[in-house]
Structures are given as C-alpha cells and as structure tokens.
Design a protein around this ligand. Structure first.
Ligand code: ARG
Length: 463
C-alpha cells in the first residue's frame, strides 16, 4: 500500500510523498505544458498501434482515443487542471485520461516510457518550429527581394572596416542578405530532414518485449522512419541542439542587419527611413524616432546564443541513456524559438515598410574617393600600367584631392597629368559612381545587370 501523498503514477515503492523542494526542482509541468498537443498526438499514435498489434483491445484503444480528444479540448479551452504533483505533461495527461475514461487509460503506457515519450513530443515540437522558421525566412527573403527589385540601380557606398570602399548598388546590398537568409533556409531544411526519425517505442532505453510496430507509429507522426538504436533514441538531443545552432546563425544574420538599420536610420546616414509602425518616440526629446525594433532584435539574439551554449553544457557530460538533466532542454529551446520567431517577424516588417533614401545613398556613394579603384583599373587598362604602379599613381591623386578638399572627379586633367603625363580626358568616364557600379559585371558583382539576374534566380527558386 502506498502513502496517500506519494505519486499516483510511480509511487508503488514509496512510503511517503516528496518534500516540497523536491517537487519544486523536479516538476516540469510549468513549462512542458507547451508539449500538450504533441504529447496527445504521440499517445494517439501509440494506442492505435497497440490495438493494431493486438496488444490492447480495439475498444480500449477507442476509449483512449476519445478520452485523449476530451483532454486535448480541455487543455485548449484552459479548463485542464494542471498539477505540479503530477510532475510533467505526460503524467498530467495520463492521469486526467484515467479520470475521464477509467481503467483503459492504464493500458496506454504499455511498451513505452516517459523517456521515449518526451523525446518524441519534443522532437515534434522542434519540427514544428523548423517549419515555422522556414515560412518566416521565406517571407523575409521575399521582403528583401522586393527592396532589391525597387532599388537595383540605386548607388550607395560599399564599406570595408565601415570605411567607404567602393560604390555598390542598393539591390546588391539587399541581395547579400537574401544569400545569408537563403543559407539559413537551407540549414533549416537540412536539420528537419536529419531529425525526422521517431524515438517512440524505444521505451525506457532497451526497447520492449511487446510486439510493437515502430514503423507504424513513425509513419502516423510524419517521421521518415523509427530511430535505429533505442539507447540513442531516448538520449539524443542533437535535434534540439541543431535547431539552436541553426537558430544562432540565423540570429547572427538578423543582428548584423539590425545593426545596419540602426546605423542607416541615424541622422548622420539617412540611408533609410523606418516606418512609424516599427519605430518609437522619446518621452523627453520630441524630435526622436528610434529604431527600437532593430535594437531589440540585436539584443534578443543573445538569448538564442545563450540557449545553444546552455544545452550543449547540459548534454556534454551525460552517460547513456536518459538522465533527468535532459529535462533542462525545454525552457532554453522554447525561449530561443519564441525570440527567433519574433525577431524574424519584426525584421520582415521593418524591411517591408522601410524606404531607402536614394538621394542620400547616392550622395554618400561618391564621397570618400570611392571610385579610386576605378581610376587605378583605368590606368591598367588604358595605359597598360602594372596594377601596383597604378595603385601608387592613384594614391597620389587621392592625396592631391584630399589636400584641396575636393573629390576625384573635381580634379582637372592638368592636375591628373601633373602626377602622370599619359592620363587622358577619358579617365573622367570611370570616376562617376554610376559608371563604376555598371562596370562591375563579374558574376555576383554589383552591376545592376548582375543584380537583376540574381533577383530573377531567387524569385525562380522561391516560386
Ligand atoms: N519531464 C521529463 C523530461 O522532461 C520526462 C521524462 C521523465 N523520465 C524519467 N525517467 N523520469 O525529461
């Protein structure tokens, strides 16, 4: 006989219930209630399989199926009585099922364990997040493509070291992010394909002596196949770690873009105007319009990196198979997923709404001797000068312009000839920023003609 206060699900060998502190450190229901829908889907698949294999009767399976639907609707409507004493979502659902349908509920746990159950539930949840991330990334890429399309020809400064380097096009800069988020998209798809094996039926760690059909439950839950090793199936959290790794790289891209939007929307740059919908004001400075969404994306990314490190640390010392440490996987992943989705949606909204200021971009594009490389390249092409010498001559011309406080195109032909006598009037043709970008037609280069090809390729890819 068990003490009344010991756990109804596993209290057989216990004479007394847990200390309040034990219950507090042990319970996961406060957060794993988010796995309710996945838990019930897993149980439905398991019960149907048990009946198909003759392990439980059809009428018990039917009672379980109906009962689980009732429990699910109680959870969805908020009527479900979650209990900390019942530890986690698995035992909360099973215990409530018993209240709803009685004796057949006790047969549901045949040939499975909470270890394969939680691995299955969590995998299904992470898989949903990968699907959601895929959709959000496609939406963001489309928003970037629209920006690239409308400003494929606009010139702007390209930077290295955040110093003006060479003129580039707005479309080219937008398409750089399309490439980054495009790789994130392919990582999301890869991760989904790799994780899609079912842990269900691995039982506690060793498999089971019941004649279960793991292929059937795998198929019912949309997995490609059952995981091939029961020890691995219950102790693998690679899928969560891979989600966090993919999320971290994507988050890093989001943060870089957020940083650019913060810089670009400043009064000093004025490259873009963010919409009112994605900006906030200051309570004291009436003129302010702040890029808070971009700043918060930049900041929230830290939580995603943190989750990745935290779960790696949880997992790194665990012997096979399951250890309770693994319960710490969920909160990290939940928080990272929530913030990734929020950051992706906020970035999509900002990109959709923002307007690039073509005039400011163009004015900045010509500053800082940005066509100096074009001048050097002209010396190579027109005068057959070795590039190193051309670099030197151009450097002297830049120094001259700098000392006069003017730009390269403002120097006269005589000025140019005072540095190198063979320079001709033709040189002025390459010093304009539009000519500069138009000339960079190498594959993947900044010329509008090349950028348009990449936009078309991506539109095609996304369909
Ligand atoms: N709440 C647990 C978790 O999240 C479920 C698995 C418990 N298994 C066990 N053998 N105690 O990991």
């Amino acid at each position: 006989m068990t003490d009344k206060s010991s756990n109804a699900m596993w209290g057989g060998r216990f004479a007394a219930g847990p200390d309040a502190i034990m219950e507090a450190i042990n319970a996961s229901i406060g957060f794993d209630k988010r796995l309710a829908a996945q838990d019930i889907a897993g149980s439905r698949a398991h019960a149907a399989m048990l009946a198909a294999q003759g392990i439980i009767t059809d009428s018990d399976a039917e009672a379980i199926r109906e009962g689980l639907l009732t429990v699910l609707s109680e959870i969805e409507t908020g009527a479900f009585p979650f209990s900390t004493a019942l530890e986690d979502i698995h035992m909360n659902v099973e215990s409530r099922l018993k209240e709803v349908i009685g004796e057949p509920a006790g047969r549901l746990h045949t040939g499975r364990s909470r270890n394969d159950q939680v691995a299955t539930d969590f995998k299904l949840w992470v898989r949903d997040q990968l699907d959601a991330a895929e959709g959000a990334l496609v939406a963001l890429i489309r928003a970037l493509l629209a920006q690239a399309d409308s400003g494929a020809e606009w010139v702007m400064p390209g930077f290295t070291h955040l110093q003006t380097a060479q003129p580039v096009t707005w479309g080219h800069h937008m398409m750089a992010y399309v490439e980054m988020f495009g790789r994130d998209l392919s990582r999301v798809r890869d991760a989904r394909a790799r994780m899609n094996e079912s842990p269900l039926g691995a039982a506690a760690l060793a498999g089971t002596s019941f004649p279960i059909d793991r292929h059937m439950t795998a198929q019912a839950l949309g997995f490609d196949r059952p995981a091939a090793n029961s020890l691995d199936a219950v102790s693998d959290r690679d899928f969560a770690l891979e989600f966090l790794s993919v999320a971290s790289i994507c988050a890093m891209h989001l943060s870089r873009m957020a940083e650019e939007l913060v810089i670009w929307s400043s009064a000093q740059f004025r490259f873009v105007t963010l919409s009112d919908r994605f900006s906030t004001g200051s309570s004291i400075m009436p003129q302010k319009k702040n890029p808070d969404a971009a700043e918060l994306i930049r900041a929230k990314i830290g939580r995603i990196f943190g989750a990745n490190v935290a779960l790696m640390t949880v997992m790194k010392g665990l012997p096979l198979a399951y250890s309770k440490d693994m319960q710490e996987d969920k909160e990290q992943v939940f928080d990272a997923a929530d913030n990734l989705m929020l950051a992706l949606a906020a970035m999509e909204g900002m990109v959709k709404d923002m307007s690039a200021n073509a005039d400011s971009l163009e004015a900045a594009a010509g500053a800082g001797f940005s066509t100096a490389t074009d001048l050097a390249d002209w010396l190579v092409r027109a005068l057959n000068m070795p590039f190193r010498d051309a670099h030197h001559v151009t450097g002297a011309l830049v120094a001259m312009a700098e000392s006069r406080g003017c730009d390269l195109p403002d120097l006269s032909l005589d000025d140019m000839r005072s540095v190198h006598t063979s320079i001709t009037q033709d040189v002025f043709g390459v010093l304009g920023v539009h000519n500069s970008v138009a000339s960079r037609t190498s594959y993947g280069g900044t010329a509008p003609s090349e950028v348009r090809k990449q936009i078309a390729r991506w539109k095609d890819l996304l369909g």
